[in-house]
Design a protein around this ligand. Structure first.
Ligand SMILES: C[S@@+](CC[C@H](N)C(=O)[O-])C[C@H]1O[C@@H](n2cnc3c(N)ncnc32)[C@H](O)[C@@H]1O
Length: 418
């Protein structure tokens, strides 16, 4: 903190996008982590940020955090918000950003997609004076907060901290910081280690032995399988899918289900659907229960996982899958003409190149699943300019207690519009 730090009373006017309380002062906005609207707080200010020293008048919406590490660990920012305040804060993030391009659009209250909790976690590990430490990064700092348990994780990850600690100890010869990504699959824990150099034979033996001892389903380094004792899998509709090591998965099983339900509800009459940015197929498999699906995805391993699972699944309509970079090679007009609905679920950057082609297409309905409201708003503006109407926006909250929010937007083009 600088020598200019001041101790003063601040009144919190609203919540910012990241969950900080925001006070309006004569010097401009001041961001106050863990303070709530309506509260008066005594705080130490440093520039445009302030730390609470004492809450003078607590908000009626303040609740007790569920985790003793809350405020130290950088993973959660919102455990102190009561349910109503929390849901409205998340909804407003969508309303505010989207309002710039689609002012009148109805944004529904967020759907709670936490379910039984997050099915994937990444622990950081690094050497400290007393040995290897595993944990999460503290907020706005390079400090590591030691974590022995995390209440937002699904029950299948209950032993993830001790697994991460054991593996970090085994890898402790390296001074490099490591990331240990652990996923709870139906066949047990699926671990991908990043940050370590390539595994030589000796290290592979050590890790294979550790996987036995920890009863892991699979252990990989940088996406390269070291040992697969049981194929990890996830049930997606009528398919059992084994994603590539470290491959993308929605954060919670409930989130994946809810997103798929919203997508399916948007296209009740579709017969031929393009699933863009399809990953290993969570939407494709559910769509294929009633329509023909063509999946496009740039990650070859994900496409192979989808194809393998499709070849084994029973009772589905045909699913074709193609490895394709949709930023560089979006589907063009004549290709889009083969579909009566398009689903897209791009990474945070959005799908500008693809959406430019979609905007000029005649595809009657587009279900856009987004993990970044900023890029969604930019892409939505292109679709609106192309003659689509944004019918509905449903925020989906898979990342409970974080500032993150996802959404499904349904766009429809009236018949006859070009
Ligand atoms: C948010 S994930 C969604 C995946 C899948 N729909 C799901 O629900 O699991 C985004 C996907 O886009 C893929 N992707 C990223 N860049 C891409 C690109 N340029 N072209 C095609 N796919 C891309 C990623 O590999 C990832 O699978």
């Amino acid at each position: 903190m600088s020598a200019l730090a001041m101790n003063e009373t601040l009144t919190i006017a609203r919540l910012g996008q990241r969950g900080d309380g925001v006070a309006e002062t004569t010097d401009g906005q001041v961001f106050v982590p863990f303070a709530l609207p309506g509260e008066s707080v005594r705080a130490v200010r440093d520039g445009e940020r302030a730390q609470v020293v004492e809450i003078l008048t607590p908000s009626a919406s303040r609740i007790a955090a569920i985790c003793p590490l809350f405020t130290r660990c950088g993973g959660c920012v919102a455990q102190h918000m009561g349910e109503g305040l929390y849901a409205e804060w998340k909804r407003q993030q969508v309303v505010t950003t989207l309002g710039r391009v689609a002012a009148g659009v109805a944004v529904e209250p967020p759907l709670d997609a936490h379910g039984t909790g997050r099915r994937r976690v990444t622990f950081h590990a690094r050497r400290e004076e007393d040995g290897m430490r595993i944990g999460f990064m503290a907020a706005r700092s390079h400090d590591l907060v030691a974590v022995e348990a995390c209440p937002v994780l699904a029950p299948g990850l209950a032993r993830a901290p001790s697994v991460a600690q054991h593996l970090a100890n085994r890898l402790g010869g390296s001074n490099k910081p490591l990331d240990l990504q652990i996923t709870a699959s139906e066949a047990g824990l699926d671990v991908d280690i990043r940050g370590h150099g390539p595994a030589g034979n000796a290290l592979r033996r050590t890790l294979t032995e550790a996987a036995e001892r920890l009863d892991l389903a699979r252990l990989s380094m940088h996406g390269d399988t070291v040992v697969e004792r049981r194929a990890p899998f996830h049930v997606m509709g009528k398919a059992a899918v084994t994603p590539g090591p470290g491959g993308f998965l929605q954060a919670t099983a409930r989130g994946e289900e809810l997103l798929a339900e919203l997508v399916l509800a948007a296209l009740p009459k579709a017969k031929r659907v393009a699933d863009l940015f399809a990953g290993c197929g969570p939407f494709s498999f559910r769509l294929a229960e009633r329509c023909h699906v063509t999946a496009f995805e740039s990650d070859k391993t994900a496409v192979q996982a989808l194809q393998r699972a499709a070849s084994r699944a029973q009772g589905l309509k045909p699913i074709a899958a193609e490895t394709r970079d949709l930023f560089r090679r979006p589907l063009l007009e004549h290709e889009l003409a083969a579909f009566d609905a398009v689903v897209l679920d791009p990474p945070r950057a959005g799908a500008e190149a693809q959406v430019r082609w979609l905007a000029g297409s005649k595809v009657p309905v587009v279900a856009y699943v987004s993990c970044d409201v900023g890029s969604f708003a930019r892409d939505a503006a292109l679709l609106l300019a192309g003659g689509y109407a944004l019918e509905r926006v449903t925020p989906v909250d898979q990342f409970r207690y974080s500032a993150h929010i996802e959404l499904v937007g349904v766009f429809r083009k009236a018949a006859g519009r070009k």
